[in-house]
Design a protein around this ligand. Structure first.
Ligand SMILES: Cc1cc2nc3c(=O)[nH]c(=O)nc-3n(C[C@H](O)[C@H](O)[C@H](O)COP(=O)(O)OP(=O)(O)OC[C@H]3O[C@@H](n4cnc5c(N)ncnc54)[C@H](O)[C@@H]3O)c2cc1C
Ligand code: SF4
Length: 526
């Protein structure tokens, strides 16, 4: 459903925010508080009712984002040469689909990568992390699910540190709805989490603190308009550097006749997430915004993740109870492991799993996959045909802060792809991740499997794609300055994962929120 329909061209906005994820939502609220007139444009749908979200991930039309195939859900997969990037779509962006986990990165994040030396990041961001945590309703995870017990056991066995996560969930009394507990009555009602494990399908129980329940809710009270189901396809400056403002061209996301409209604004915030902002900036650099830095698309980082599903053979174990991620194991300062879950019945990924192997090329890997099935046929058949994949599977999310980068580029067909830029490409065969998965196999009596894009094609999957519009001291070294302002254009900012200029090594949404808070704090009042 389209919403709050402002008529294009008839009014002039102070800022148009492209995308309503973490960076976009912070920008919308903080700019409105400063007296600016703000319009948020979001290409996905607006999820106002619990039933808008799917019950399980078999409900592809409500879960997956492939609009040309009629799938209008919240979960998008973008396929590149070196990585499969997962992201969220809809009013609230990645907060709709994410696993609520909000860690503060360790020291190396603040002192490395493209933003190194551009500010005392650790000290400067500290107050903004505090604000971000408060706004997102972060609370310590109060329970111990079977996943957390498994990770605790693993940590004890390996001499590692186990701890509970801070998460953006209202716990309260399970199932009980209360008046706004966060914003002195200005926020919406919240309902106590019932630990259904469905956070990554969209919370059907009003317990997850998604951005539409905090930043965007408050922003609307200050007059911010949000229009959903429209995609920004062009940003045309008035004046060489946008000194007289911009025309923002949008088109309807759905339907065969995708009507175009134009909006007039004095400023623009790019907040479409890496898979939205970076391809758009690359396209605009060769058309409407030729003065964008040549660094556009450089410095793409993935958190070097490994996603591994370990499926137990024991029918009395149920890993689907609890929140999506409730704890973390610190392998060391640069490596972390988290247990992830889907709600009962959500077995879509079983269709895509292959044995966890490694190998230098597709021939060797194909042979190893066949060999694994020949050597352990019963084990793999039991895993693939298990009664409820989500109940029986402990997904492991392993992350490393290695400073290697990719570059996003448009190819001759105009499609965005990646090429290796610095250091080793992200790998689908991380030995430490595989070692920990084997240890987990022993603890839960199960078998580890990975996505077949990883096992066969050697392409790792990431839910944490970052960078592409990194910071620099000038347009030669970065796309934005240390206040998030785009070099060579007036009143233009990037506030989303593409501004992240080093590898956090942990889930990035809290950092995206905190850095966006800092950037918006530096914009003067209207
Ligand atoms: C399954 C999953 C689980 C995750 N779990 C966690 C977690 O537990 N903790 C954590 O920190 N992170 C997690 N993440 C990552 C997190 O979701 C992202 O890092 C975060 O959402 C990125 O925020 P952002 O501000 O860059 O933009 P996003 O949140 O990605 O939002 C961008 C929005 O812009 C819209 N958009 C894009 N292009 C356009 C356009 N041209 N016009 C209009 N709209 C546009 C998109 O539809 C989207 O809604 C998870 C991700 C996934 C996929
Ligand atoms: S576990 Fe269920 S109720 Fe709790 S936040 Fe996640 S989806 Fe909502």
């Amino acid at each position: 459903m389209l919403s709050s329909n402002p008529s294009p061209m008839s009014e002039i906005w102070d800022y148009i925010v492209i995308g309503s994820g973490f960076g976009g939502s912070v920008s919308a609220l903080r700019l409105a508080e400063k007296g600016y007139k703000v319009l948020v444009i979001e290409k996905g749908k607006w999820y106002r009712n619990p039933d808008d979200f799917p019950k399980t991930n078999w409900h592809l039309r409500k879960w997956l984002w492939m609009p040309r195939l009629g799938m209008q859900g919240i979960f998008k997969m973008s396929f590149y040469r070196h990585v499969v990037a997962l992201s969220g779509v809809g009013v609230g962006g990645g907060s709709l689909v994410y696993a609520n986990t909000l860690p503060v990165p360790e020291k190396p994040f603040f002192n490395s990568g493209h933003w190194k030396g551009l500010a005392d990041w650790e000290a400067e961001l500290q107050p903004y992390y505090t604000i971000a945590k408060k706004m997102l309703g972060t609370a310590p995870h109060p329970y111990m699910s079977i996943s957390d017990h498994t990770m605790k056991q693993l940590a004890e066995d390996e001499g590692l540190t186990f701890r509970k996560n801070d998460v953006a969930v209202y716990f309260g009394k399970p199932g009980e709805t209360v008046e706004d507990p966060y914003f002195d009555g200005k926020g919406p009602t919240r309902t106590g989490c019932i630990e259904c494990g469905g956070c990554m399908l969209g919370c059907r129980y009003n317990a997850k603190n998604t951005l539409d329940k905090n930043y965007l809710h408050l922003a609307q009270q200050l007059g911010v308009k949000i229009i959903a189901e429209r995609e920004v396809i062009d940003v045309i400056p008035d004046g060489k550097h946008g000194e007289n403002g911009y025309q923002v061209v949008v088109r309807n996301t759905f339907g065969w006749l995708r009507k175009k409209e134009r909006f007039i604004t004095k400023g623009v915030i790019f907040a479409g997430g890496v898979t939205g902002t970076v391809p758009l900036l690359l396209q605009l650099r060769s058309s409407s915004l030729p003065h964008l830095s040549a660094m556009t698309g450089h410095g793409i980082r993935t958190n070097s993740e490994s996603l591994i599903g370990v499926t137990t053979f024991d029918k009395d174990k149920d890993f689907s109870n609890g929140i999506a991620i409730g704890s973390i194991v610190d392998v060391d300062e640069n490596r972390h492991l988290e247990p992830v879950k889907y709600a009962a019945g959500s077995g879509f990924f079983r269709m895509l799993m292959a044995p966890m192997i490694s190998g230098p090329n597709i021939i060797v890997r194909l042979w190893k996959i066949i060999a694994a099935f020949i050597i352990h046929p019963i084990d793999y058949l039991k895993v693939i045909f298990t009664d409820d994949w989500a109940k029986r599977t402990q997904i492991l999310l392993y992350m490393e802060s290695i400073d290697s980068t990719l570059r996003m580029k448009k190819n001759i067909f105009g499609l965005t792809n990646t090429q290796n830029e610095k250091g080793p490409s992200p790998t689908a065969f991380n030995p430490k991740a595989q070692y920990l998965a084997h240890k987990t196999e022993a603890i839960i009596n199960g078998k580890a499997m990975v996505l077949n894009t990883e096992a066969l094609l050697g392409i790792p999957t990431t839910a944490h794609i970052l960078g592409g519009a990194c910071m620099g001291k000038d347009a030669e070294s970065g796309v934005i300055d240390n206040k998030n302002k785009v070099f060579n254009y007036e009143n233009m900012y990037v506030c989303d994962g593409s501004m992240i200029s080093s590898n956090p090594g942990v889930n990035p949404s809290l950092s995206i929120t905190a850095i966006s808070e800092r950037a918006m704090a530096m914009i003067p009042k209207k």
